[in-house]
Ligand binder design. Structure first.
Ligand SMILES: Cc1ncc(COP(=O)(O)O)c(C=O)c1O
Length: 313
């Protein structure tokens, strides 16, 4: 009897359980060389260490799992969404594992690595104009869903509560346990805002005095893939403006310099948004005398070869 034969006989819940084993449970890495200050610790969740290679596996898995359970993603239906990449790769990996076809609207200037990965995972890609960014991709997905409501389950990560709830259920308890309840600050950049919103709410449930610091790029033409400049972008429906205790703005070039430092001093090759999160965490660390600051490294440098060439050549 082959493994393939056995897997085909798994029930939907068994397949969900099996795939769920590959989601979350990421290590919490202490930053020890880029920043040092007695009494203050900075820790980063290495979120690329799960299926799909990024933090977005958590919401993608929860969105698919809940849709199957609620009956909104039935047999023969395709998952549809708009994504600049990481959520798409997560949908594609999890969709492949669960036997669900995936259609994604993607700005044509998404990195070539991301396009190749999505194609390799069997995604049907609908390209949208580079000038309209992720907002244009979102509008296209909505249009497709209006046209073919029976064909698609529209995951809509920007408005789907199962996005941020994934973080309340997994990221926040992991951080709480990994810091033995000592976390004092959580710092994260805003994309769909799911990571910040869900982890923030989850941590506040554990201890209401934990401070939540949100980050955004300092201008609309930024290089922090995955993040949104809220003043000029479509604000995600799941965003809760009352949640953040503070909101800092981060410069993309400063983040690129930080990528180099994290590589040379910590031995980790990370993405621009991960480096930007560390800049935010350091800003908090410089202001306090005691504390445990936690942030997320959403993904590593694998999908950013153009940016890495600029930084390292
Ligand atoms: C690289 C990267 N960093 C950060 C984020 C932001 O995460 P969230 O959408 O949970 O706000 C994303 C989202 O796609 C991302 O791809």
């Amino acid at each position: 009897m082959t493994a393939t034969f056995q897997l085909q006989r798994l029930s939907s819940e068994e397949k969900i359980w099996r795939t769920g084993q590959l989601v979350g449970r990421t290590p919490l890495h202490e930053i020890t060389r880029v920043f040092q200050k007695p009494g203050v610790r900075i820790l980063a969740k290495l979120e690329w260490q799960q299926i799909g290679g990024s933090v977005k596996s958590r919401p993608a898995f929860n969105i698919i799992k809940q849709a199957i359970r609620l009956g909104s993603l039935g047999k023969g239906q395709e998952l549809l969404d708009a994504t600049s990449g990481n959520t798409g790769i997560a949908y594609a990996s999890i969709g492949a594992a669960l036997g669900i076809p995936v259609t994604l609207c993607l700005p044509e200037n998404a990195s070539s690595e991301r396009k190749s990965i999505l194609e390799a995972l069997g995604v049907n890609i609908v390209y949208t104009s580079r000038f309209d960014g992720t907002d244009g991709a979102q509008l296209k997905a909505k249009e497709l869903f209006r046209e073919y409501p029976d064909r698609f389950f529209y995951a809509d990560q920007y408005a789907n509560k199962h996005n941020w709830q994934a973080h309340i259920e997994t990221t926040a308890p992991e951080i709480w346990q990994q810091t033995c309840g000592k976390v004092t600050h959580f710092v994260a950049g805003l994309g769909t805002t799911g990571t910040f919103t869900g982890t923030g709410r989850g941590l506040k449930n554990f201890n209401n005095s934990i401070e939540l610091v949100a980050l955004q790029p300092d201008n609309p033409m930024h290089g922090l893939e995955g993040w949104k400049h809220l003043e000029t972008a479509i604000v995600p429906k799941i965003y809760d403006p009352a949640l953040a205790d503070r909101l800092f703005e981060i410069d993309s070039w400063e983040s690129y310099d930080m990528i180099r430092r994290i590589a040379r001093e910590e031995g980790l090759l990370v993405s621009p948004s991960a480096a930007a999160n560390l800049i935010g965490a350091i800003r908090v660390a410089e202001e306090i005398e005691h504390g445990v600051i936690v942030t997320t490294f959403a993904d590593n440098a694998d999908k950013y070869s153009e940016v890495m060439k600029q930084i390292f050549n």
